[in-house]
Design a protein around this ligand. Structure first.
Ligand SMILES: [Zn+2]
Length: 489
């Protein structure tokens, strides 16, 4: 018979330009339910650190750690972005290949059966956002660099020259089930990565962060639509993946808000939660992502970082904090000056303004229980009282009053999550709780002028005497509501 070939199999092999090592995907498959980082947090070991110990300029890294030394006083970065790609092969009928048959089935006398012709087409899978789009998430008019400049009151900046990109082609390895730990192993084993790191070996500023942008995967899109968008950051001070690495898959997870969230984990921050009616809430009606903060659900909003976390990051020094002393009833500033039972807290976005502006009233609470974990009291707990404006200091980022159904908040009162909706955020006094160890910060309530809040445990009531929109509030602390109210000027 004329046709001695029967099946034309044209396979363009994936080009492998990076010399990637083949790894056994079966040995590193990870159950998707472990992939969101929460298990790592639950199983992690708390490492105690004090307020302000995380400076964001190297945090609680040891004194000679290059990552600490790399951080200039006001300069973040440099950051390295790793774009991962991989190639899969799709097999399609090729009607054009054989000019005689045009893809119609033909009868092969050699095989004695009807045959098709096929062609194998390589498909390159790339990150949902490309390099330019990610650069825009960093440096667009509204984006990470602009956001961190505002949230840190200009103390931290990221220069566009301090974000570099490399692309690593993983050959035919689909990293669909790779969590951050596996991706770190994979990336750091690549010559492309090593060369890039080495190019800064003798620099005084090696990379402080590596962000891995994963390719989109058709299997992920069709099988687990929700699972496609995944981001994860190593948490400073916790057992788990390297806290200088983070990873992002899917267009939502590659937004600047998610990048800021994961880099917050890199700096040791945990989630900002609240009591919530969200169906995703956890035990006791608490949802670790609920609060209006970049460390909560950050998608689509212009949230910033709440007051207790700014203290942890070192953006707010001790001079910005006044502390309630239960023994004396005094509210003391960092210089030791004391005003009985009363504090003026300025709008958070106004910033420290040198040394005179108080942004936070800290009430040590050794008998408070947390909303997330009510099983015991924590002696290192603090209640943090701050004031949030709407556009204080012409801020672009911050809290707002447009909370969608998923993010609906409730108050935490008398040690229990209530059904009382907590909708108002702006021009109100915010009451948070956080321990000095790395656990989530909890938004317990917000208060308007004339409103009181009883802190369950220590028999203390916070009362808001006056609110000055966009400027601040006068707050008193007393044994009960009437006492606190009577202390108002
Ligand atoms: Zn997170």
């Amino acid at each position: 018979m004329l046709f001695s070939f029967l099946i034309a199999s044209v396979s363009a092999a994936p080009t492998n330009t990076t010399g990637i090592d083949r790894i056994d995907t079966n040995s590193v498959k990870i159950d998707p339910k472990y992939n969101d980082g929460r298990l790592i947090q639950r199983g992690g070991i708390n490492r105690r650190f004090d307020d302000g110990d995380l400076t964001g300029k190297g945090g609680n890294l040891s004194g000679t750690d290059p990552r600490r030394l790399a951080r200039l006083p006001d300069d973040l970065g440099p950051y390295l972005c790793v774009m991962l790609t991989f190639t899969s092969t799709q097999t399609i009928a090729n009607p054009q290949y054989n000019p005689w048959f045009y893809g119609y089935p033909y009868y092969s006398y050699a095989r004695g059966s009807w045959m098709y012709q096929w062609i194998h087409v390589p498909i390159l899978h790339v990150s949902s956002k490309n390099e330019n789009a990610i650069r825009n998430e960093f440096f667009g008019p509204t984006g990470y660099a602009d956001w961190i400049d505002e949230a840190s009151w200009g103390q931290q900046k990221l220069q566009s020259s301090d974000v570099d990109f490399i692309t690593i082609n993983m050959g035919n390895i689909d990293p669909i089930d790779f969590d951050l730990s596996i991706l770190v192993q994979l990336v750091t084993a690549q010559q492309t990565y090593t060369n890039k790191i080495n190019s800064r070996r003798f620099s005084s500023r090696p990379y402080t962060r590596t962000l891995i942008f994963q390719p989109d995967q058709p299997a992920c899109m069709s099988t687990y639509p929700d699972y496609c968008n995944r981001a994860q950051g190593g948490i400073l001070g916790r057992v788990g993946p390297d806290p200088t690495f983070s990873r992002y898959r899917g267009s939502v997870s590659q937004k600047w808000q998610t990048i800021a969230h994961e880099l917050g984990h890199n700096d040791g921050l945990m989630h900002s939660g609240a009591c919530s009616t969200s169906p995703m809430r956890e035990r006791n009606g608490y949802w670790q992502y609920a609060a209006s903060s970049i460390m909560g659900v950050e998608r689509g909003k212009l949230y910033d970082i709440n007051a207790p976390n700014r203290l942890k990051l070192g953006w707010m020094g001790p001079q910005s904090v006044v502390t309630y002393n239960a023994a004396t009833g005094g509210v003391e500033d960092s210089a030791g000056a004391s005003v009985l039972w009363k504090a003026y807290v300025s709008a958070l976005n106004l910033g420290p303004a040198g040394t005179y502006r108080h942004l936070l009233l800290k009430i040590p609470c050794s008998t408070c229980t947390s909303a997330q974990d009510r099983s015991s009291t924590y002696h290192d707990g603090n209640v943090y009282v701050s004031f949030r404006g709407d556009d204080a200091a012409k801020s672009k980022y911050g809290v707002d009053d447009t909370i969608d159904w998923l993010n609906r908040l409730n108050t935490f009162e008398r040690g229990t999550c209530t059904n009382t909706n907590l909708r108002l955020m702006t021009n109100r006094v915010h009451v948070h709780y956080q321990r000095t160890v790395q656990i989530p910060s909890e938004l317990w309530t917000t208060l308007g002028q004339g409103e009181s809040y009883e802190i369950a445990g220590p028999a203390l009531v916070i009362h808001v005497c006056t609110v000055n929109d966009e400027l601040g509030a006068v707050v008193t602390v007393g044994a009960d509501s009437a006492t606190a109210k009577a202390l108002c000027p």
